[in-house]
Design a protein around this ligand. Structure first.
Ligand SMILES: [Zn+2]
Length: 93
């Protein structure tokens, strides 16, 4: 009887622990997606936001080809948001 009660209690507490983990993960993911909705762009990884970088020879600047000279790249979370927005727009059409 005591053994049965103990296992039931630990199962409930482990379920509660998983629920807490899920809540924390949802909070982090939600916060990240919200920040991606507000700030969709991050610095280009190749040119570090400059949009250009030094040519290997001399002092000439080369336009960054990865970001087409803008110095910005779309964040991964924003890409996910755009994907789902597009799906919803297609579904409503
Ligand atoms: Zn770049």
């Amino acid at each position: 009887m005591t053994h049965l009660a103990a296992t039931a209690g630990s199962a409930a507490s482990s379920a509660l622990a998983w629920l807490c983990i899920a809540a924390v993960v949802a909070l982090i993911v939600g916060g990240y997606l919200a920040s991606c909705a507000v700030w969709p762009f991050a610095n280009c990884r190749k040119c570090k936001g400059l949009g250009r970088f030094h040519a290997p020879s001399g002092r000439a600047w080369r336009r960054c080809r990865r970001c087409k000279g803008t110095g910005a790249r779309l964040r991964t979370g924003r890409r996910v948001i755009n994907h789902f927005r597009r799906l919803r727009a297609d579904a409503n059409r």
